[in-house]
Structure formats: C-alpha cells, structure tokens
Design a protein around this ligand. Sequence first.
Ligand SMILES: NC(=O)c1ccc[n+]([C@@H]2O[C@H](COP(=O)([O-])OP(=O)(O)OC[C@H]3O[C@@H](n4cnc5c(N)ncnc54)[C@H](OP(=O)(O)O)[C@@H]3O)[C@@H](O)[C@H]2O)c1
Length: 323
Amino acid sequence: MSLVNSNDQTLIGLGTAAIGRPLYINIRYKSNELFDLNQFKKRGIKILDRAFDMGVRYFDTAPGYGMAEDLLEKWIKSKSNAQLEVATKWGYIYTANFDSKARQHEIKDHSLNNLDTQWTTSKKLLPHLSTYQIHSATLDTGVMSDDRVLEYMFELKKSHGLLLGITTTGANQIDVLEKAAEIQNDSIPLFDVFQVTFNVLERSLLNSLITLVDQGRRVVVKEALANGRILPNENFQHYQDLYNLLSVVATKYDVGVDAVAIRYCMDRISPFVVLSGASTIEQLESNLQARTFKLSDEELSLLDEHGVSPHHYWEERKKLPWN
Ligand SMILES: NC(=O)c1ccc[n+]([C@@H]2O[C@H](COP(=O)([O-])OP(=O)(O)OC[C@H]3O[C@@H](n4cnc5c(N)ncnc54)[C@H](OP(=O)(O)O)[C@@H]3O)[C@@H](O)[C@H]2O)c1
C-alpha cells in the first residue's frame, strides 16, 4: 500500500482531542476501564509517533483538550523536523481534571483576559506553532466584534508570523464563517484558516468552502466522521442506506468506511487539511488509508445524496454523550 498522497495536495492532520482527555463526544458506550493518567499519556505519545512515522505533519490542538498541548509541546521537542506544523486555539478552558464523573468538561471564555492567559501557555509551541484560532467562534459571545481581542490577535500575527483562524460548530456555521471571512485589518483579511465541520452528512458549507479554497485560504475539516455517526452502527439506523453505500465503496478500494468518509471531504472541496480524530493507532492507520485512492465523480454524487439538514445534524450531535 502506498502512503504517498499522489492524487492531490490535501493533507491529513491529527486532531489531538481524543489523546488529550479521556472523555470526548463520540458514539461509544461508557467504558468501565479505570483511568490511568500515565498509561493515557504513553498511549498518546505512541499515537503521535505513529502519525509522524506515517508522514503526518499537521497537528491540531487546544487548551480545551486537557493535556494535549502539553503532550504535543514535549513530544515535538524530540522531533527536529521543520515541516511539523501545530495549530492551536484559545477560548475553551478544560475543567474536568480527568475525572470521568465531572459535571462540566470545559468552559467557554472568549474574553481578552482568557486570550492573554491561554496565549502564555500556547506560545511554548513556537516555533512549530503556525496557526492560532478562536475555538468555536460564535456570534453570541461577541468575540468577532471585540476590537481589543482582534487587535491582540493581529499583533500575534505580525510578531510571530502566525496564521489566524476560527473554528466553527453548530447549525449557523455559515453565518460565522461568512462574518469571519470579511473581517479585515489594514485592508487585509484577518483570518487565514477556517476549521469547520464538513462531512457526508453535514454539507451545508460546501459552496462557501469551495470559495475559500479558491481564494487561497486554508480550510481545515474536522469531524469528517461526524463523531463516529458515519461508521455503521445500530444506534443510527436511519443512516442504513448510507452505511450500505459506504460499505460498497470501501470494499471496492479495499479500505475501511472511515477512509471513504475522509476521502469524500478531500475530493469534494480540496481543503488544506482533513483532521483525523483517531483515538488509537488502529484507527489512525485506517483513517490514513484515505490517502491511497480517489473517489470517482459518480461516487461523490451518490454520497452527496446522504446529506441531512444542519438542524437535524446538530440536534443529533447535541445528544451524543461524552464517553
Ligand atoms: N474546533 C472545534 O470545536 C473542534 C471540535 C471537534 C473536533 N475538533 C478537532 O477535530 C479533530 C477531529 O474531530 P473528531 O475527533 O471530533 O471527529 P471525527 O473524526 O468525526 O470522529 C472521531 C471519532 O471516530 C471514531 N473513529 C475514528 N476512526 C475510527 C475507526 N477506524 N473505527 C472506529 N471508530 C473510529 C473515534 O472513536 P472513539 O472515540 O470511539 O475511539 C472518534 O470518536 C479533533 O481531534 C480536534 O482536533 C475541533
């Protein structure tokens, strides 16, 4: 199997949410395994190593992902590779302290004060840090019209040569994306990177993303597997037709359905990066098989038919547990 992405330029990056904290939004049943922080760290490092060995050079992290930033910062020091890129974010504070019974896992805080505090830690990722994003930018927190926040970020851009970005979540991703794309500083667009949810089920941003890609701006796709909902699973039987189609295509290319779902994002919009959210080495290896084939126009069109409304998609996501 060739791992070279010879078909196009889209990279597969590794998202570190699943290796930074033991609980995350997914479709798994609750595990009764006792949590061991040291083992968890070791497993995270092994996944990072395997990703690196398999050619992954883009890593996405955030202070909201528990120990992910810290793990990545220490790990990256052992790699002298100038091509390694890290994207982090500010805006969520991790509060669960690795306690599976925590009532609250994270707190959203889009204040200038929190930006200043989180930057103090995140800047340790320099010089590999290429991208600094507002985590889950929304219209209601006012973050995108807070001049002091935008000015602070602009200063970081100038002094560290960073790309600035936003990440979006929710049924109104499009409104946030369009507002962010228009913000300028010194007549130059402020944001260069747009990390969004896009997948076979949630395709509402399709045209906006193609426009951003055409403008030369970086689109980063997260949740390409819809937090696991795209993988055949008895709790989501209303997606059975999609599961059947994915399975036929996966068999044809001799890959897993996860690879087909990731490949769909690559071929549909040619983003800069699609993030793998793998929580094990096996998942990572399977996700990376998306680099070994290309979907035909007919397969893309058949998959297009399985998109659902953003309202349905995000209502269903809200019900997914932290496992
Ligand atoms: N900016 C934001 O607000 C935001 C939000 C979400 C994610 N992100 C970023 O995007 C990255 C990817 O997103 P994500 O992890 O939420 O979404 P995802 O890729 O849609 O889903 C990952 C889920 O798929 C499962 N999975 C992956 N490969 C599998 C395989 N081969 N077989 C079975 N299950 C498989 C994992 O399972 P298990 O967990 O059950 O093992 C995990 O729950 C994150 O790590 C993070 O860096 C950003």
